[in-house]
Design a protein around this ligand. Structure first.
Ligand SMILES: CC(C)(COP(=O)(O)OP(=O)(O)OC[C@H]1O[C@@H](n2cnc3c(N)ncnc32)[C@H](O)[C@@H]1OP(=O)(O)O)[C@@H](O)C(=O)NCCC(=O)NCCS
Length: 264
């Protein structure tokens, strides 16, 4: 009964989300006078001469959940109970990805300790879930002291090797920027090594100001002001995400019980 109610609620939320995506595109069309996404036109290369995956599309800066995606999982905010999944994801990063994520090589114990503080100070962590595991993450952290979000925040990203170059980093960036703009953030900073072509490629698409120093780059992205669309979109997605988290927890609970029964 409870499960059926939850499933109905999820269905309603998903429909709301679809409607929202439609209205978002419509609003974008009205504001910019151009369709948000036009699939199927000819391919293009980015500034680094790298072949762009979404061939010839006019990629809008705030695209969320693009229709043309090459992954099958879902993205939602992580619940505090999912710290373990966040930690396991970071530990699974290959050595080079881990080095690029933290700007230098770090030990497993460092990663474990870092993951423990995942939701400290009201930070937001988006996770990409596939097969019950977190395979990619975007972190949005406040800068400065105090409870409230100030004008500055910091973002960080990690995508497991097998899942890289499928558009996940870009999708997560769009979520982080939307969450930042909904909280009044005016400067979203992102630090990475100067050699990190993929990260810089994503940042440049959001007109980031790049500051190079001693092999590292700080990107400064200025999010647009919040709109009722951006606020509503995040609120609806949060509700869907909450339902997904409940389903995932229920599934883990059922699996643990089944394993115990089997062992008995
Ligand atoms: C950086 C990272 C988050 C990007 O995620 P991703 O899912 O691989 O990124 P996407 O697929 O969304 O986009 C990558 C873009 O970089 C482009 N690209 C790939 N290799 C590139 C290179 N060597 N130079 C420049 N651009 C490159 C791709 O073509 C793509 O652009 P497109 O969307 O126009 O086709 C991911 O690779 C990662 O986790 N790396 C290790 C950790 C890290 O570096 N974190 C960042 C520091 S916080």
């Amino acid at each position: 009964m409870l499960l059926r109610g939850a499933a109905t609620l999820l269905f309603i939320n998903v429909q709301a989300l679809k409607y929202l995506r439609y209205t978002n595109r419509l609003a974008d069309f009205v504001q910019r006078g151009s369709p948000a996404i036009r699939p199927g036109s000819k391919g293009s290369r980015n500034a680094n001469g790298h072949q762009s995956r979404r061939r010839g599309q006019q990629r809008e800066k705030t695209t969320i959940m693009s229709d043309i995606k090459t992954w099958s999982g879902s993205i939602r905010k992580l619940a505090p109970a999912e710290i373990g999944k966040f930690r396991d994801h970071l530990l699974r990063l290959d050595a080079n990805s881990r080095r690029l994520r933290f700007a230098h090589g770090v030990s497993n114990s460092f990663v474990e300790q870092y993951a423990e503080g995942m939701l400290d100070d009201g930070s937001i962590v988006f996770g990409f879930f596939e097969g019950g595991e977190v395979r990619a993450v975007a972190e949005l952290r406040k800068l400065g002291t105090g409870e409230a979000w100030g004008e500055q925040a910091e973002a960080a990203f990690s995508v497991e090797t097998k899942f890289q170059e499928k558009g996940l980093g870009s999708e997560l960036m769009a979520r982080v920027i939307r969450s930042a703009r909904n909280r009044g953030v005016k400067h979203l900073f992102l630090s990475c090594l100067a050699e990190n072509g993929k990260m810089l490629s994503i940042a440049k698409k959001h007109d980031a100001k790049l500051h190079f120093e001693f092999g590292e780059v700080t990107s400064d992205i200025v999010p647009e002001d919040a709109s009722h669309f951006s606020l509503l979109a995040e609120a609806v997605e949060d509700r869907v995400g909450y339902m997904m988290a409940v389903f995932d927890l229920q599934k883990r609970h059922d699996e643990a019980e089944a394993a115990l029964d089997k062992a008995a």
